[in-house]
Design a binder for this molecule. Structure first.
Ligand code: ADP
Ligand code: MG
Length: 697
């Protein structure tokens, strides 16, 4: 199959190009103004727009439309209505009004709201987000929307993201004026989310209740060959995988997603897709879409795409590297060090704002990546630890040290004094990489590597944007009085020096996977929240609440609600996993074990009758009987723990119980089951083994 990319690219997206050709000039202009200045859309314009979108969508095969939103469930939601309207002659017309485009009223009662909305006042509103494009998929027109309650409180992930982007734009525009950037009127945060995933055979998947119900394997002994040979990373793609990736790319391109890079990842059966970055808003929508398309395309190839953070114990998990930066409307990337002294100074100041921000709000960064699934991945020798730190690379670190110590920074080629000479140019390739850092500078952006593979990326980006808004705002307050004065550079230098003195502890260029770092981090006083239940309560710490309020991201109710939703989700996830384990153990694994012991016993009896040795059978039967007994006890205990957990009152306490008691029991049970598996013949083990699953595609 050969694909004409320019021809198919974004063929299902109502983007600028389509708008220009399809909308009357004045409507297009009004619309653009609405987007730029964040003004509400007037109804006349909305009607014309809606009609144009409908005509276009019908040509693309759409019969329905749906508002598409991102509730707190963690997946996207949609409710389809057809364009059909009765005509007076008993026939049907296809209609779509501005009102239907702009606003929807889905019943909100079944979405998690953390107590923000009483079930009795179930009303929620979806409102079109005109900064994200509409698209056609599977016979429906999709309209990206935000989702709020009747009283205007946020019920979704997109609203806070838009709020944080607006806050960042405002503060950054003001900040940039200090450096003579008077033309900039808008700053947009950008994101490129590298998506990791596993592909396994559907036939294997269908035989594992744990994968079906929880997305990860809850049992499974380590295969004889893991990833120790490192022979999978960037390895040549097997034909079945190559065919999958080709179709995936095509589908993503049609939806206007710039899928750019594809390769095998470190673990067997693990792969990655990286798109070209875009605005945080669109990037979030596109990542949600990409995950959906990945799963659907896999099914067409007899495969299942696993997006869980840790589908297989002992095998690398999946993350989502959230590459983050800021762009101005005149085309500057604010994390590009630049070539001239003034650009450098601006860059270094922004960098220090980030250093200060990440240090002060490390807890927020950590919790933006917290979930039951990601807990299994963070700190498991393959992903960044749960401790937030920053990697800058040797060269940049040396520049900052020079500032801090009032020294002149020298490289072979040039001497550097802040704001006077140009910075040495930074390697923008992988020569200077640290894969173990949670937050790494990679030449012209930061790569936030903690985010879990199945998570919506809105939350980490909301927090990054808010933190940076706060620090840029503080810096502007300090520096603005000195703007245009001769001493400006000195003032900047003074500020940077003091920030570095205080916040240097967050910079760590060493091996983030090493046990020494855990100790070192503790010595530095950096927080280490090992699990979701440890970090989540800090969402509502006063210092955090203050910045969310200040920039209008969340009010107190919204924040409390969010904390509760996350913790509840945590408890539910662990509960489902524990129940699945109990069920698989009782219905499949234990009966199989006992069945095999029975077979052995029959053989022993027969052999005894004819007088030949049955020592081997006796040994195996004895070992398995002992294990089966332990297994049985642990099943009973886990069942008991689940019941106890259900009775614990209080969302925080309950989630802690699930973490401390239920998960702990699950671990014990698993290790017994895995040992049984190692002692059973493959033909008698009722579920596919790890090596069958991960070496099968
Ligand atoms: P690597 O594997 O070396 O980290 P990739 O090419 O896989 O690099 O991914 C890099 C990601 O960073 C891509 O999604 C890319 O679009 C994104 N990116 C590049 N520049 C920016 C930027 N200014 N803002 C946000 N993301 C960016
Ligand atoms: Mg990468």
């Amino acid at each position: 199959m050969s694909v004409n990319i320019p021809e198919i690219f974004a063929c299902n997206v109502f983007n600028e190009e389509v708008m220009k050709t399809r909308l009357p000039k004045n409507v297009y202009k009004t619309f653009k103004k609405t987007v730029r200045y964040n003004e509400p859309l007037d109804m006349t314009t909305a009607d014309v727009l809606a009609n144009a979108i409908k005509e276009w969508a019908i040509e693309k095969g759409a019969t329905h439309y749906t508002h598409w939103f991102q509730p707190m469930t963690g997946s996207t939601a949609e409710k389809h209505d057809s364009f059909i309207t009765p005509a007076s002659n008993g026939m049907a017309m296809m209609e779509f009004s501005g009102k239907a485009l702009v606003k929807g009223e889905p019943d909100a009662s079944s979405f998690p709201s953390g107590g923000l909305r009483q079930t009795s006042s179930a009303r929620g509103y979806t409102a079109w987000d005109p900064t994200s494009y509409c698209f056609v998929k599977e016979g429906s027109l999709y309209i990206p929307t935000v989702f709020v309650s009747y009283t205007g409180e946020v019920l979704d992930k997109k609203t806070p993201l838009l709020r944080s982007m607006q806050a960042l734009s405002k503060t950054a525009v003001r900040f940039l004026k200090l450096f003579g950037n008077d033309r900039v009127t808008q700053v947009t945060s950008t994101v490129g989310a590298e998506q990791e995933y596993f592909l396994i055979d559907k036939k294997m998947y269908d035989q594992r209740e744990d994968l079906i119900l929880t997305g990860r394997t809850l049992f499974g002994a380590k295969p004889p060959k893991g990833q120790e040979l490192d022979d999978q990373y960037f390895a040549n793609l097997r034909p079945r995988i190559a065919a999958y990736m080709e179709e995936l790319d095509t589908e993503l391109w049609k939806l206007g997603i710039y899928s750019k890079t594809k390769h095998n990842e470190v673990a067997p059966a693990q792969h990655e897709m990286a798109p070209i970055f875009t605005t945080s808003n669109l990037g979030t929508d596109q990542n949600e879409l990409a995950m959906e398309v990945m799963e659907k395309v896999a099914l067409r190839h007899g495969l299942v795409c696993l997006l869980h953070e840790k589908p297989f114990e002992g095998v690398n998990g999946s993350g989502k590297h959230n590459n983050w930066s800021m762009s101005t409307n005149d085309g500057q990337n604010l994390l590009d060090p630049g070539d001239t002294p003034m650009e450098n100074l601006q860059f270094l100041t922004i960098l220090c704002a980030l250093i200060k921000g990440v240090d002060e709000y490390a807890d927020l960064m950590r919790l933006s990546a917290a979930s039951a699934g990601n807990d299994h991945r963070l700190g498991a020798d393959e992903a960044p630890p749960a401790i937030v730190s920053m990697f800058l690379g040797e060269e940049l670190d040396a520049v900052l040290q020079a500032i801090e110590n009032d020294e002149v920074y020298k490289t072979e080629a040039q001497a550097f004094e802040i704001g006077v000479d140009a910075l040495p140019s930074f390697p923008k390739d992988s020569t200077d990489r640290n894969r173990t850092s949670p937050f790494a500078f990679t030449g012209n952006r930061f790569e936030f590597r903690m985010v879990g593979s199945s998570d919506n990326i809105a939350c980490p980006n909301v927090l990054l944007n808010t933190i940076v808004s706060e620090e840029l705002d503080q810096f502007t307050e300090i520096l603005e009085p000195h703007k245009d004065s001769e001493g400006f550079e000195q003032e900047v230098k003074k500020l940077l020096k003091s920030v570095l003195k205080e916040h240097r502890r967050i910079i760590f260029n060493g091996d983030g996977y090493s046990p020494e770092w855990v100790k070192e981090a503790e010595r530095r006083g950096l927080p280490n929240y090992a699990s979701t239940v440890d970090c989540m309560p800090h969402y509502t710490d006063e210092k955090n609440m203050r910045i969310f309020r200040k920039f209008g991201i969340y009010n107190q109710n919204e924040l409390t609600a969010r904390t509760e939703i996350h913790l509840e989700k945590y408890s539910k996830t662990v509960r489902i996993e524990a129940r699945t384990m109990v069920e698989m153990a009782r219905k499949q694994l234990l009966p199989a074990t006992l069945g095999y012991v029975q077979t052995l016993c029959t053989s022993i009896a027969t052999k005894k009758q004819i007088g030949i040795s049955s020592v081997t059978e006796e040994k195996i039967a004895g070992k398995l009987s002992d294990l089966a007994e332990k297994f049985y006890d642990s099943i009973e205990r886990l069942d008991q723990r689940i019941n106890e957990a259900n009775k614990v009152e209080g969302i925080q306490k309950q989630s802690e119980f699930f973490h401390d008691r239920v998960l702990a029991e699950m671990d014990i049970m698993r290790s017994i089951a895995d040992e049984i598996e190692l002692n059973m013949p493959a033909s008698q083990w009722p579920i596919p083994a790890y090596s069958e699953i991960i070496y099968n595609v």
